[in-house]
Ligand binder design. Structure first.
Ligand SMILES: Cc1cc2nc3c(=O)[nH]c(=O)nc-3n(C[C@H](O)[C@H](O)[C@H](O)COP(=O)(O)OP(=O)(O)OC[C@H]3O[C@@H](n4cnc5c(N)ncnc54)[C@H](O)[C@@H]3O)c2cc1C
Length: 434
C-alpha cells in the first residue's frame, strides 16, 4: 500500500483534482492500485480513527477531508464482454477509456458530456448522459459493484441489496467502490454536435429550443447552454466577447438534418458542428474544458419550461445579466420518465427539464456565486421539483442538498442503511446523520 503524507513527494499531485475550489488536506493519502489496497486503506483508517474519502478525477468534489483519502486514479482497468454487452471497470477509469474499448465492438456506454469524468463517481451520482432519454440513467443499468465497506470487507453487491440501491444514485457515505459492472448498448455512431447563436439571437434560440425539445423523440437527448465568453485573446473567434446560446444535440437517428431544420431556421448560427460521428467522438458535442479550475454550481429540476421561466433565465443568466453563470437547460423525460427495472435512488421521474448554473470561483469567493445563483433559482421556485446530485458542484449545506435530491422516504431509508452499515461514520456524509 503506497501511503503519502503532507510534505512528501507526490502528495500534492495526488490530492489535486479537476475542481480546484474545494481545499483538501488529508492526513494520509493512499495511492491505491488494487481492491486489496483499498481494503488495507479502510482498515488502516479505522485503526487510526481517520475518516475515509475517495477521489478519482476530482470533477465532483463537494468537500475536503482531513482524514484518509483513497486515490483511485491508478485503478484504470476496463474489460468489455461484447457478447453480454457489459463492461467491468475499475474505480479510477474515466469514460474516455470505456468509450474506446466499447467502441471497438460497436457498443457504447451511458456516458455524459465529458470523457474526462470518472465512470464510478458519475454513475453513483445517477449519471445523466448523452443517451439518457433513450436508455435512462447510468445508475439504473449497473449490474454489480465491488465495494469496501466500513468493516474493511470487500463485498460484491447486486440489484436487490440495500447497499446496491443506496450507492446507485446515493453515492456518498457507504463505502469505496473498487469496480463496477454495467450494461452497454449497440450504438456505434450518432448525429451530434451543436448550433451556436449570437448574443442578439439568444432569446429567439431559447424559445425555439423550448418548443422543439418539448416534442423531442426519445432518440434525441438535447440541452441548451448560455455562456458569456470573455473578450480575451485566449478565447477563439467567433466566441470571443460574445454571450452565446448553444444547442447541444445527441441523436440516434438517420434523419438528423431534417430533425434540426426548425432550429437552423430560428436564427442565423455563429457555428454549426452537427454531423454524423462515431460515438467515441461524443465528447466533442459539448467540448468541455479539460484544464483544472475552480467552480461552484447547482441545479433544479422543473416540471415545465413556461414563458415566465424563460424570462427569468434570460434576466439572470442571459446577455446583460449582472453576473451571468454558465447556464445549461437539459431536456429530461423519455426513458427518464419511465420506471427502470432496478431503480437506484435520487431521481424524480416527473421532472421535465433540469436547469443548471455553474460559475468560476473568482476573487469574490463562493458567497458571491451563491448569491447570483440564488436569484435565478428563487425565480424558478414555483416550478421546482428537486435537484440532481451530479450537477451539485463544490461545497453546499449537506441537509439542503439531500432534502432536495432525495424524497423524504428515500432519505429515511438511506439514513437507516447508513446507521446499519457505518455506525462509526467512517465515510462521512453529514446529510445521512439523523
Ligand atoms: C466537466 C463536467 C462534465 C460533467 N458531465 C456530466 C454529465 O454529462 N452527466 C452527469 O450525470 N454528470 C456529469 N458531471 C458530474 C459528474 O458525474 C460528477 O461530478 C461525478 O461525481 C464525478 O465523478 P469523478 O469520479 O469524476 O469525480 P471525483 O471528484 O473523483 O468523485 C466525486 C465523488 O464521487 C464519489 N466517488 C468517486 N469515486 C468513488 C468510489 N470509487 N467509491 C465511492 N464513491 C466514489 C465520491 O463521493 C467523490 O467525492 C460532469 C462534471 C463535470 C465537472
Amino acid at each position: 500500500m503506497n501511503i503519502l503524507r503532507p510534505g512528501q513527494d507526490g502528495y500534492a499531485e495526488e490530492v489535486a483534482g479537476f475542481q480546484t475550489a474545494v481545499p483538501s488536506s488529508p492526513a494520509v493519502v493512499v495511492a491505491a492500485e488494487s481492491a486489496e489496497d483499498v481494503v488495507a486503506a479502510v482498515r488502516y483508517a479505522t485503526a487510526h480513527r481517520l475518516s475515509v474519502a475517495v477521489q478519482a478525477t476530482g470533477h465532483g468534489l463537494t468537500a475536503g477531508t482531513d482524514g484518509l483519502l483513497v486515490s483511485t486514479r491508478r485503478m484504470t482497468c476496463v474489460e468489455i464482454d461484447a457478447d453480454a454487452k457489459t463492461a467491468r471497470v475499475e474505480a479510477g477509469a474515466r469514460w474516455e477509456a470505456v468509450l474506446e474499448a466499447a467502441g471497438k465492438h460497436g457498443l457504447a456506454p451511458l456516458s455524459g458530456s465529458s470523457p474526462d469524468v470518472g465512470v464510478v463517481g458519475y454513475t453513483l451520482s445517477g449519471g445523466f448522459g448523452l443517451m439518457a432519454r433513450r436508455y435512462g440513467r447510468a445508475a439504473d443499468h449497473v449490474r454489480a459493484l465491488d465495494v469496501v465497506t466500513a468493516d474493511g470487507e470487500l463485498r460484491r453487491v447486486e440489484p436487490g441489496s440495500d447497499l446496491f440501491w443506496a450507492l446507485c444514485g446515493g453515492r456518498d457515505g457507504f463505502g469505496v467502490v473498487t469496480a463496477i459492472e454495467f450494461g452497454l448498448f449497440p450504438v456505434a455512431g450518432l448525429y451530434g454536435g451543436s448550433l451556436t447563436f449570437d448574443t442578439a439571437d439568444v432569446p429567439a434560440a431559447l424559445r425555439a429550443w423550448r418548443t422543439w425539445s418539448a416534442a423531442a423523440p426519445d432518440t434525441l437527448t438535447t440541452s441548451l447552454a448560455m455562456i458569456q465568453y470573455p473578450d480575451l485573446p485566449m478565447v477563439p473567434e467567433p466566441l470571443r466577447g460574445r454571450h452565446i446560446a448553444q444547442v447541444r444535440i445527441a441523436y440516434l437517428g438517420e434523419d438528423g438534418d431534417e430533425l434540426v431544420a426548425p432550429l437552423r431556421a430560428a436564427a442565423p448560427t455563429l457555428a454549426d458542428t452537427l454531423r454524423p460521428m462515431p460515438f467515441t467522438e461524443s465528447g466533442s458535442i459539448a467540448a468541455e474544458p479539460r484544464q483544472p479550475h475552480g467552480y461552484h454550481g447547482t441545479n433544479v429540476t422543473v416540471s415545465q419550461l413556461n414563458d415566465a421561466m424563460l424570462d427569468a433565465v434570460l434576466e439572470h443568466a442571459g446577455p446583460g445579466a449582472a453576473t451571468p453563470p454558465v447556464l445549461i437547460v437539459d431536456r429530461l423525460g423519455g426513458a427518464l420518465a419511465r420506471k427502470p427495472e432496478t431503480p437506484g435512488v435520487g431521481w424524480d421521474s416527473s421532472a421535465e427539464y433540469v436547469v443548471r448554473a455553474l460559475s468560476m470561483v473568482g476573487d469574490d469567493g463562493v458567497a458571491a456565486v451563491r448569491r447570483a445563483h440564488a436569484k435565478l433559482f428563487d425565480a424558478l421556485a414555483p416550478w421546482t421539483t428537486g435537484r440532481l446530485l451530479p450537477f451539485v458542484y463544490g461545497e453546499h449545506a449537506p441537509a439542503e442538498v439531500a432534502e432536495s435530491v432525495f424524497s423524504a422516504t428515500d432519505l429515511r431509508r438511506l439514513q437507516e442503511i447508513k446507521r446499519r452499515l457505518d455506525a462509526g461514520n467512517v465515510f462521512p456524509a453529514p446529510h445521512l446523520a439523523g
